[in-house]
Structures are given as C-alpha cells and as structure tokens.
Design a protein around this ligand. Structure first.
Ligand SMILES: C[S@@+](CC[C@H](N)C(=O)[O-])C[C@H]1O[C@@H](n2cnc3c(N)ncnc32)[C@H](O)[C@@H]1O
Length: 505
C-alpha cells in the first residue's frame, strides 16, 4: 500500500479533513484519518537552523536566464551588463504541467529517519508518504499558520525545506503564527468581484475605477496554496505528483483548501481520467505559475543550487486568488512574484473602468497570433477571443506584422556592435503602444534610454530611464539588474556603461 502508517512523533493538526473531491479509495491513500480512523503522526521539522548551514535572511539576486542580456548577433560590448528586460519564456504566466510531467516509476518512501530532527516548536508538518526520484526524496511540507492562517504547502526535499524554513518569510515559528484558518470575507476595499464570463468560466471584474500603475487591492494574502519544486515537477510521474499534491492540499487550513479545490481544472485533449487525484493534479496544472525563491550564498549551497547572484529554487506555484484572472493578449494587469513575501503583486497597466474584466497574459504576447493561440490551446485548451485575436483578418495581419517588426527592432537594438539608432528605439516604443502592450512597455523604454545615452543625449536618456523605472518596478519588481542599471543611468548618465557607446566606434 502506498500509505504506510508512520512512526512519527507529532500528530498532524486537528481537525484534519479530507476533500470531498477525492474518491474513497484515494482517501485511503492520502487521508488515512478521515477514512480509516487510523491516526498517523506527521513528522515535523526543526527550523532553529542548528542542523543546517542555511543563511537566515540574506537574499541574492536571481536573474533567471530570461533576464540576461539578449543574444547579440555580433560581439557585445564587454561592459554591457546582463540586464535586458524581456524574454518570452519569463512572461509565460503559467507552468505547463499537464503534459510535461513524466519520468520513470517513482519509489514510495516513508520519510527517512535521518530526516530533519523534530521540534515541538516547528510550524511544519510532513506528509506520511514521500516519493523518491534518484537520490531526491520529495515530500509535502505544510505550514498551517503561514500568512495569518492561510497556510502554505511545499513539495520539495527535506534538505530544501530546512533551508527555506530558516529564512523569511517561511521562518515564522509556530508560536508566532496564527494557525486559525483565516476567514476574510470582508470585501470592502477589494478592487474586484468574481463573475461568470461567457466562454471563460469565472473571472475577476473591476468594481471601481483602477488607475494605471495602482496595485490591485486583493481579497486574500496572494500567497500560494502549494509550491512544487521544479525538480519534483520534472522528475515525478504524474500520478505520484498528484498523490503528493493531494497530501499537500488536505493538510492546508480548510478555507485555503476549499478555495484550491474550487479552482478550475482544464483537461487536456484525450485526458479521460476523472478521478479525484487527477482533478487535484489538473487544478494545479491549470493554475500554476513559475516562481523562483531567491537564496543567499550559504542557503544556495545547502539547497544544492549554484550560488551566485542568480541563486534560487524554481517552483511551480498555485495561488487561489490570482488564478481567477483570465487571459488576454493585451492585458490590463501586470504582475510579478515577490520572493521576499512569497506573494503575487498585481498592478493595473492602464486605467480600468468598473465592470471591465481584469486580465493578465498567460503567454508571451509578442508573438504572432497563431503562435499565441497554439500555446494557449495546447496548455489551457482554449482559443483566445480577445480583440488582438478575433479582429478582422486584415487587422490581425497588421498586428502580426507589427509583432514581426518589434522582434526585428529588438534584435537590432540588442546588438551592441551594430549601428542601431535612438529612432529605432522610439519606433519600438510606438509599436508597443499600438499593440496595447503596456504590460511590456518598460522593455522599449529601456532600449530607448540606452540608445539615447549611446549617442550622448543624457536628457532624453534620463527621460526614458525614468519611464522604464516607473513601469519596470511594478511589472518586474525592484530586484532586477535592469532596474539597477536604469537607476545608475539616471544618477549619472556619463558614468553609465552605455554613455556614447554607439558613437565611440
Ligand atoms: C487560470 S484559470 C482562469 C480562471 C478560470 N476561468 C476559472 O473559472 O477559474 C485558466 C482557465 O480559464 C479559462 N480561460 C482563461 N482565459 C480564457 C480566455 N481568454 N478565453 C477562454 N477561456 C479562458 C480556460 O479554461 C483556462 O484553462
């Protein structure tokens, strides 16, 4: 049997309820208490840091591959920092879980006796069974008191939970955390309400005007219900990951658990499995976002990731609130994952009127319509009905043409050895505006700032650097190399690496 009654020292918090969505057979596997009255005892982690070399709170910059300098077709200036602002992969909203999880049969394990030592003060509980892939053992770890009782579950290795549980914001001890389930039903001050949107299921609709640049007032903490380590995501078989997900979800406080189970679950073509476990997996797959938790140098070593300014652990995370946002190819919201608070920060990218649906983009919107729709169909099984996708044929052709032009301009501008011009960068800004891509406009401002500085026009360079900073901060967050670069340019254009770089040659 997959479920092996454990010998762990601590009981899971009571009451421990099993989601109704699971069949009775599945309940036996993942909810032994509810289905059999056999009380298993969950292991708990020591998070006092004594058994780990984890660094408590030093964070490093994670400049994921998508944040590095775009590849120039020629030789790049040696002084150019790795700080460009755009990349297709990074802007993909959600993780493509439905078809990419694979691998060989995973070994079922009881948590190893040598796992993190127990401590009654630890806020973490662990699933009764784990899954092994090669040398990695993955378990579901739950912190019920996280985010004022919202709770959070992580599917990762014991070594990594020791690291993450030792640094903010997951280091809140049990004694300081509010483990009573949150019951925030107060919608005063919340900018939106749920609504059924024709052809899209549930969506979020503005209930008041929201000015461009304003952060969305959310109903809940916007922290994930569950975060799945990328190594578990790519290494575990789908049914094994589903079993761990179910264990993670049942251990969450009931309100968060219920919100997760209420999310939509898109079945991919040919997927006929209607079991509860399959549904839990599909909810995760339909709603997960790529997220990276940044780590300091010591923590990176302890977590087994390369240290350095880019150190971090990649996760696929499902949030119950932002997951209700539907897709549009010229969205009115942008967002980023704040690794310091483990929360989504969502901003209006243009003025929004009451009654307007709030939208984000799930895919890279700087692609032709056919590519965008192929991706949306493969992963989320829908065809986009937004104006950029459903306009008359000649309008769509015009839009695709602009996209091709934008991509060409970006290639030219990112080649620091060639002869791009500020005019080309300004044209790029105009094309972003014409396409309604305010959500990515900071990319064009960034290039305009560099180009004007590159020809020695500090005034115009600073103007675009300020615009880039203004938009980039709310759309990508403060810890980005391009943000630092723009700050440097504003404070001293002539000392910035780009000063007159186009004319020096
Ligand atoms: C992350 S969920 C968004 C919230 C979802 N509508 C719900 O009811 O919970 C993603 C799913 O919403 C639907 N969806 C999102 N954007 C859509 C769009 N533009 N057109 C049609 N369906 C969409 C698809 O079924 C997709 O798999």
């Amino acid at each position: 049997s997959e479920h092996t009654p454990g010998t762990w020292r601590y009981q899971l918090p009571s009451p421990f309820t099993c989601p109704a969505v699971l069949s009775s057979v599945e309940k036996l596997a993942v909810c032994p208490l509810a289905s059999t009255e056999i009380w298993y005892e969950g292991n708990r982690l020591d998070n006092d840091g004594s058994s780990t070399s984890a660094s408590p709170s030093v964070y490093g910059e994670r400049a994921d591959s998508s944040q590095t300098q775009p590849q120039a077709s020629g030789t790049q200036l040696p002084s150019a920092p790795a700080d460009a602002t755009n990349d297709a992969a990074e802007t993909e909203q959600a993780t493509k879980a439905s078809s990419s999880v694979g691998g060989n049969a995973n070994e079922v394990t009881q948590p190893a006796a040598s796992s993190p030592s127990s401590s009654s003060s630890s806020p973490w509980s662990r699933s009764p069974i784990c899954r092994r892939v090669g040398r990695d053992e993955f378990c579901a770890f739950t912190h019920r008191g996280f985010a004022a009782g919202e709770g959070i579950a992580l599917i990762t290795t014991p070594a990594r939970i020791l690291v993450l549980g030792s640094q903010p914001p997951l280091d809140i001890p049990a004694s300081q955390s509010d483990s009573s389930p949150s019951s925030n039903t107060d919608t005063d001050g919340v900018d939106y309400t749920d609504a059924l949107i024709t052809g899209k299921g549930v969506g979020l609709v503005a209930v008041r005007p929201i000015r461009a640049g304003r952060r969305l007032a959310m109903r809940t903490a916007s922290t994930p219900a569950v975060m799945v380590d990328d190594r578990a995501f790519t290494g575990l078989r789908r049914d094994d990951l589903a079993a761990l997900l179910a264990q993670a979800i049942v251990a969450l406080p009931e309100p968060h658990q219920a919100r997760f189970l209420n999310l939509s679950a898109t079945a991919s073509d040919g997927d006929k499995d209607d079991s509860g476990l399959a549904r839990v997996f599909r909810i995760f797959a339909t709603n997960a976002f790529k997220t990276t938790v940044k780590l300091g140098a010591d923590a990176a070593v302890a977590a087994g990731v390369p240290s350095g300014p880019e150190a971090g652990i990649d996760f696929h995370s499902t949030f119950t609130e932002v997951s209700r946002l539907n897709h549009e190819c010229s969205p009115n919201l942008g967002y980023y994952f704040d690794s310091v608070t483990l929360s989504h920060k969502v901003y209006a990218v243009r003025d929004i009127l009451p009654g307007e649906e709030l939208t984000i983009s799930y895919v890279d919107v700087i692609q032709p319509r056919s590519v965008r729709n192929e991706r949306l169909h493969t992963t989320w099984s829908f065809t986009c009905s937004c104006p950029r996708c459903t306009a008359e044929a000649h309008v769509v052709a015009e839009s695709d043409d602009r996209v091709a032009h934008m991509l060409q301009l970006r290639r030219e501008l990112d080649d620091y050895s060639a002869s791009a011009t500020p005019e080309k960068a300004e044209l790029l800004v105009t094309l972003y505006e014409l396409e309604g891509l305010e959500v990515r406009i900071y990319e064009a401002y960034y290039r305009a700032a560099l180009e004007w500085n590159g020809v020695g026009d500090a005034t115009r360079a600073m103007k675009y650097a300020r615009l880039c900073l203004d938009k980039g901060l709310s759309l990508r967050g403060p810890d980005r190399p391009f943000i630092d670069s723009m700050r440097g340019l504003i404070s001293s254009p002539t000392e910035h690496w780009s000063w007159r770089f186009r004319v020096k040659k």
